[in-house]
Design a protein around this ligand. Structure first.
Ligand SMILES: *[C@@H]1O[C@H](CO)[C@@H](O)[C@H](O)[C@H]1NC(C)=O
Ligand SMILES: *[C@@H]1O[C@H](CO)[C@@H](O)[C@H](O)[C@H]1NC(C)=O
Length: 342
């Protein structure tokens, strides 16, 4: 038997790639291309024709003739070819993420900075430096630290948005205004407690007392013979006079005059500020305190006198002479008059 094979064609080839699943190629920016060779394996199906001999009667007589009959059948074989193809890949310095290429920053970008090209960080507002780990320098804020802070009076400038955190005693968007009257502290949120018209320190709320007052909130008068700013001055008032805390002015007790109240009323005057005139007749002496007239004739010279005790302000009776024998004692106009045996 004789067989002959003729390869006819391979148009019915079914390509079956056996190569492993090729990776997803990146697209968009920062992609590079290269040519790569790869092995393409496919199963090629082809049709083969063959002829087979057979014998038949040539002319209905022996000998019989040999004849050939052609028939077709399909065969397949596996073919491997090395081919070239262009593939996209992420350029140097970029890393593929899904189907796009992202830049690689070897030292990562801190504080939410973004890696925008290989080893280049785009820093957030308030940060600078190659890895965004340096705060904006003093007086600067914002993206790239390119804005100038406008905060005043020691306020802290927010490096991100430039807003000002005022120190105590200041307010306003740039902290350029003092707290309003009666307010103090951070953001001027606290109320002053100063009394008697004292000025309040806007920073710490301390009170600057006016003359004549003392205490934390200036609630107390000086007292203790003191007057003036910080109650530093000594009062010089005499004879029981009252000393005004604010000015040191002396308010004399009746019968006394002068800035220190160290002078008796002039002859013929009595009372508060020596403002009243004596009404005593017949040459009787007038009491400077209450205007009472001195003892009548016959008692003269042997009388008691009234004094105001400088400390207590009390009316005192004191005898001028005590070695004589008391003969009579009368009260006249509030004055005790005594007659003595001479
Ligand atoms: C002052 O205001 C700032 C900004 O509003 C705030 O952060 C801060 O806590 C405030 N301080 C006080 C003591 O109220
Ligand atoms: C007040 O008096 C005291 C004691 O006499 C004295 O030490 C002080 O210096 C005086 N102060 C003034 C301001 O004169």
């Amino acid at each position: 038997m004789h067989w002959s094979f003729i390869l006819v064609f391979a148009v019915l080839a079914t390509l079956i790639f056996i190569a492993e699943v090729s990776p997803l190629e990146p697209s968009g920016s920062n992609t590079c291309t290269k040519s790569v060779s790869y092995t393409k394996t496919q199963t090629v199906t082809y049709i083969v024709s063959a002829s087979k001999s057979y014998t038949t009667w040539c002319a209905s007589l022996p000998p019989r003739c040999t004849k050939y009959r052609t028939y077709y059948y399909t065969k397949s074989r596996i073919e491997s070819n090395t081919e070239q193809k262009i593939v996209r890949y992420c350029c140097s310095g970029y890393l593929q993420e899904d189907d796009h290429c992202t830049p690689i920053c070897t030292s990562s970008c801190n504080n939410q900075g973004t890696c925008v090209s290989p080893n280049i960080c785009d820093c957030n507002a308030g940060w600078m430096g190659s890895t965004c780990s340096t705060k904006c320098p003093e007086g600067r804020y914002g993206k790239g630290c390119s804005n100038k802070c406008v905060c005043k009076n020691g306020a802290t400038c927010n490096k991100v948005d430039g807003s000002c955190l005022c120190t105590s005693g200041w307010q306003g968007s740039n902290c350029g205004s003092k707290c309003n009257e009666g307010r103090f502290g951070q953001n001027c949120t606290q109320s002053c407690k100063c009394k008697n018209g004292a000025k309040c320190n806007a920073v710490d709320g301390s009170c600057d007392c006016p003359p004549g007052y003392k205490g934390k909130t200036c609630e107390e008068l000086c007292g203790n013979g003191k007057w003036g700013k910080s109650c530093f001055q000594n009062c010089s008032c005499m004879n029981g006079a009252k000393c005004l805390s604010a000015t040191g002015q002396c308010i004399c007790t009746p019968g006394w005059q002068g800035s220190n109240c160290d002078s008796k009323c002039d002859e013929g005057r009595f009372g508060q500020s020596c403002s009243e005139s004596c009404k005593c007749k017949n040459g009787a002496q007038c009491n400077a305190v209450d205007g009472s007239c001195d003892c009548p004739p016959g008692y003269k010279g042997k009388t008691t006198r009234l004094f105001i005790d400088a400390k207590s302000g009390k009316l005192l009776v004191r005898e001028r002479t005590s070695i004589l024998t008391l003969l009579e004692s009368v009260k006249r106009n509030g004055v005790i008059c005594r007659r003595f045996v001479m």
